[in-house]
Every structure is written in structure tokens, then in C-alpha cells.
Design a protein around this ligand. Sequence first.
Ligand code: CDP
Ligand code: MG
Length: 693
Amino acid sequence: MEKRRRSRSPGRKGGAGKKAVHEVPRPGDKSSLTGQPYSKRFFEILEKRAKLPCWALREEAVRMVAESQSSVLIGETGSGKTTQVPQFLLEAGYASGGKAIAVTQPRRVAAMSVASRVAQEMDVELGQEVGYLIRFEDVTSDKTVLKYMTDGMLLRECMSDPMMSNYSVVVLDEAHERTLSTDILFGLLKEVLVKRSDLRCLVMSATLEAEKFQEYWDSAPLLRVPGRMFSVETFFSLKPQKDYVETAVETCSLIHVNEGPGDILLFLCGEEEIETACAQLEHEFGERGDLMVLPLYSSLPMQQQRRVFPPAPEGKRKVIVATNIAETSLTIDGIVYVVDPGFFKQSVYNPRTHVESLLVSPISKASAMQRAGRAGRTRPGKCFRLYTKDAFETELPESTHPEILRSNLSSVVITLKKLGVEDLVHFDFMEPPSPESMMRALEMLHFLGAVDDECELTEIGTHMAEFPVDPHLSRSLIAAGCRGCIEETLAIIAMLSVPPPFQRPRWNPKAADKAHRVFASGLGDHLSLLGTFCRFGSAESQKDFCQEHYLSERSMKQAENIARQLRGICQKRGLTRKAAAPDGGSLTLAVRKSLVEGFFMQTAYIESGGKHYITVRDQQAVNIHPASFLQHKPEWVLYNETVVTDRCYMRNVTAVAPEMLIEAAPRWFHPDTCKFAEQARKSLERALPRVKK
Ligand code: CDP
Ligand code: MG
């Protein structure tokens, strides 16, 4: 056990010429990775790194990993878990023999930002020795030895490499977030560890669920990094708040005017709220020039995200308005005041109604403690909770519900199947999902033809699992392969996978609407998205095109990027453009038919009064979203998703013909057997003779 000995060796004497982990580079030393002398900045950062709580425990951490296949490390946010510990492992020689160290992050932003920071700390170029991998973006190279990646991407890699043979250590970071992918990785890693005695797994987490992780990992050793927290004085609201965004902005203003120096961190739920609050604060203090208002959310461009880290100039105060991401994933130094309205956005899936919604939900007590903790990292701070003490005690759950217990499991099931997990019911989940939601997911995959009667993956299912998109979308893409419209369908999927590109500025919504109208297809949103994508692709100046048409250039570029990657997967799987529109119809017809094959369960018919639609799956009343390009009300529509606001809306809607439905899913839509309302049944009956046999 070379590694173990090395980590114990007493400084420069030990390890026969090999570097001990606690050997700190000195000016003039050359980087063993690049062979170049370290820069001045390297030593400046090194000084700061050496003060982080994790630094003092670097030998213990390395030793723990060497001595036990799986171990757990717990430490306060900001103690250096994510940025430092993987570097210690690297220095201890773990990334040798062509293997790398993987560090998973639940959030894309965190993976990017942390990788960028660590590349700086190590004096290397991002994407070389240190890189990141997130969905649709691979910033790594052959040289990469330290790879920050989203947990979802590691899961994806496991599909083609179930033994995780590229890695010597897998660090599952931010484990307390209990994302779907991390929870599945837990189970998979446990199995791989048995088969690969050289592999190491380190679970890192911020909160106090240590015992739970330890127990799951068969009494793995635990290292607690002692915090270096200052006291945080907490204030509660005296009465419940009606509009928490407004109250939050007021609270920030009061802090800025009345309190001593120190930056403010305000937690809100998502881009819209954050931009509103930022605009108000700018409006109020913009002229004084002593407040820097900085938003932070995941769809913000990387450069803007980076602006939150450097300290404010002398005499100025930063106020950072962030989503949950600032709770534990990203550490911003200098925060002294925290404003916590007590909400976050989480996606909740209801397996009975099949509706997945992003809901503003109360945070947990554990989250509230974490948020408050952000105020006391560098000196004593204050936390202003915009809810009452009573609400804290009685309404907030103890900890956040793991994602696996509130998700649509169809992607999970197809992934596990592809990973060769035979027995889904006995898979070692830390918290197993309900058998009902598993069954629902299998049922849906069966309808899509992804699994057979024995619940084994079919050929279609095997193809589908390769695409990092929802099973409905991958099914449509495979259908498109047979209909000569793969290029068009992958463009649509790419457009559906990015934040909506259609901008509607508050100061000029009418002009934006008018500009968007040129993209409208009478058949609905999917084809309108395709039109937008194509016109953007052939525009002379994409920048001007976006400006003229009120489009987000970033979303459009991202869509192009995603289309490129999907195209790559199609080519790899041998799904390429065959003869154009083989069934003699138009291309748009072929596209719609392909979509129906993936989405026939997400269709609806107009009820007899013509007011709203009824979904075929659960007979729910729904409406076409007001932002839809579909301006008339066709008899049958398919939709990408439903969203619940004041009413239940279908978003991204396309008109379909009843014969397409019968053709795609004869058992669902046969007029003799379907359970739809009379006029829907009649419509299918009329269409029946038109269906091609
Ligand atoms: O993972 P953990 O919350 O324990 O801490 P970390 O993300 O490793 O951050 C450790 C320290 O690195 C922070 O306190 C910051 O001082 C610094 N850091 C930074 O300056 N810029 C970043 N993008 C990330 C971290
Ligand atoms: Mg971290």
C-alpha cells in the first residue's frame, strides 16, 4: 500500500523522493503537472488556502481515504472541502496510471465555478489538468486528472463504463443535497467498490446527517472538519409577510442604510424574483453608487456569475441576490448579513397526475441553519429571517425531502436498466422510492416501447438510454430516424432543452410579441421553435438577428450546441437521416408524427364546449398556455409539459391529427376501447379509415 505509507511519511524525509502530501511548494519550485515554475499568484492563493480548516486535516483526510474504500468527510460550507480535498488526493498520487479523480456536484454552476477556481489554485489552464463536465459541455482533455462533474454526468458515464474504470477516486460532494443522481450513484458505487479494490469513494457533505451516510456506507470512517464559525445573531419577523420579495428588498435597504460594513446575501427563488429584486435595489441605491447589486442564478452567464466572488471596492457594499446555490454549493467570502425569506424552488412530481411542477416551497430547518451560517464565516454576523419564530418551529420540515422521493422515475429506471441493474426493487437505495412510482415509471416505458413485457430494455430502449434527455424526447428522436426528419427533431429537442429564448422586456412587450410572430407556425410551438432555430442558424449576424427578434442569443447558441451533441449521439448509434419524408408527406408532417410517438400520452382533446382541453391520460382539464404560438384551438394537441399557476396550462403545444394518434398507439386510441368523452371517441372513429395499415 504505497499510498498509505506515503501519507504517513514524516515530511521531506519520507517517501523516497516522492512528495508527501504535506510538502508545500516553495518559490522557485516547478509544478509537477506542467513542469513550469509556479506563478506569483499561485503563492498568493496558497497562503489563503493554508488558512482553510480542511488544510489542517489534509493528512488525516488522505490517510482515511487510503485506509478505507469508502469514507465520509463533513465540514462547514467554506471550509475547503470541494476545492482542497481533491487536490490533497491528487498530491498523494491518486491520479496515476491514467486514472483521474472525479468530484461530483449536484449543480452545473458549482461544477464550472469550482473547477475554474481550482485550476487557478493549481496554476493550470481550465480544461487541461483540471476540467469540468456538465451536460452538453465538456471542458476536459486527455491530461485531465481532476474532473469536476455533475452527478448526472458521472451516472451517464457509468452506462458505457459501469466499472468507473477511468477513476481512482470518486468524490461524491454535496451529498446532503440528496439529488436523484447522487442517490443512485451511492447504490452503484457500493456495487463497484466490491469489484474494484483499488477504487476509493469519499462522500462529502455540509450538514449534520453524518451518521446517516456513515450507516449507509457500512460504518465508513468519518472525518469532521472543525468549523471556524463566528456567532450569528438571528432575527425573526414578528408577523407573517405577504410579499416576501418586497419585504426582502426593504430589509436589504434597511441593512444598507443602518448597519455597519459587510456584504449582504439575499436568498430568493429563481431568475425572475432575483431580477426584480435587483432592479428595485438598483433603482433605490444606483445613484448613491455605494451598493453593488449582484444576481446569482444558474442560467446567468459564467462571467456574470464570477462577479460575485471578488471583494467589493473600498467603501462599497455588495448585495448578492442568489438562489439556493449560495446555501452550500458556492462560498462567497465577506458576507456579514443574510436575508432569508424561507423559500426555495423545488421540482415536485406527482406520479398520480403525472404533473411535474416547480413549486416554491418552505425550506427545511437544516437549510435555514445553513443560510444563517453564511453570515458568520469571516466575522460575527446577522441573519434576518422573514418568517416568524413560530413558523420556523412548526412549519419548516427538519430536512429536505430527497429528490428520489419526489421525482418522475422513468429516466431513473431506464438508466438503471441500461446500467444492468436487474432487480430494481432491491437496488440499495439510501431511501427507496415507493414501489408505486417505480411501477408507474416502468409502465410508461412499456408504453413507449422501451421495455418489453418482462421489463427488459428493448432495442429502442437501449438507444433511448444513450440520450441525455427525457424518455419522451429520446423516443421521438428515434421515431424521427425512421421518418427522415432527425435533423429537424433534434433541433426541436435542443430548443426545448434550453431556457425559453423568447424575450419579452417589460418596457416593450408588444414589440417583442410582434417580432416573435415571424416565427409562428400555424401548427404550434414545436414547429415554431424549429423555425426559430433554422433562421438563427442561417442569419448573417446572429447577434443582430437576436436583437432584432428579441431572442436570447445565449439560449440560441446553447441550443445549437445541444443539437450538435445530440447529432453526435445519433451518428454514433447509427441513427442518421434516411430518405427524406419517406411516407410521401411533408417534412412537418413527419416531424409531428415523430413527436406523437414520444408524446402520445401527453395529448389532449378539446371538450365539447370548446373552452378547454381534457388530457387523455388522466382526464384533467387544461388550457393552452397564453404564450403559445398556437393561435387556434385544434381538436387534438400534444404538449411537452403542464404547468400549474392560476390554472393548469399545457406548454409547448402542437396540433395533431387523430389518425396520427391511432397509428402511434392503436391500443390507447382505438375508438372501441378508449375511455374518452363521446366526441373524442367519435373523432377517432372518423379517423380510423384514414389510418394507414
Ligand atoms: O466545499 P466547501 O464549502 O467546504 O468550501 P470550498 O468551496 O472548497 O471553498 C473554500 C474557500 O475557497 C472559500 O471559502 C473561498 O475563500 C475560496 N473560493 C473562492 O475564492 N472562489 C471560488 N470560486 C471558490 C472558493
Ligand atoms: Mg463545497
